[in-house]
Design a protein around this ligand. Structure first.
Ligand code: FES
Length: 142
């Protein structure tokens, strides 16, 4: 199996069977993100205790890339602190915008998404869940 087909299968698996989807009933933090290019939106709810993300749900009304990204993000940020999760988000954003092909170890599980960065119009699809995460991190600081 080639790398592109492994990545494609991983993305499809996350899109078809997303992890942690839905909405927490009494979240500690909640944010929504909107993609003005297509009108799609996403809601992120987090349960946070002592700064650690204990639970995380995403409700996605968007394309399969957006859904896969939300699913992968939720897997990656569970049990991390909000600061760690926010840092991962910033490194992920950088990796989508830089020409550089070197990918930080912390982003290993996101390689299937990063491989799509040449499709510039899909970057917002990949970023939607992460934008909501950064919004939650900001709310937590205020
Ligand atoms: Fe709308 Fe991807 S096309 S989020």
């Amino acid at each position: 199996m080639t790398k592109p087909s492994i990545y494609r299968d991983l993305l499809l698996e996350h899109a078809r069977h997303p992890k942690n989807c839905g909405r927490l009933e009494s979240p500690d933090l909640r944010a929504t993100a909107f993609n003005p290019l297509c009108g799609d939106e996403l809601e992120l709810t987090l349960a946070v205790s002592e700064d650690i993300i204990q639970d995380c749900k995403t409700k996605v009304r968007g394309c399969s890339i957006c859904q896969a990204s939300a699913s992968m993000m939720s897997d990656l940020i569970l049990t991390k602190t909000l600061q760690e999760a926010e840092k991962i988000s910033k490194v992920f954003t950088e990796s989508l915008t830089k020409e550089n092909e070197v990918i930080s170890e912390s982003l290993d599980s996101l390689r299937p998404l990063i491989a799509l960065k040449k499709h510039r119009s899909r970057i917002k699809c990949m970023k939607l869940a992460w934008d909501a995460l950064e919004d939650c991190a900001r709310q937590n600081q205020t």
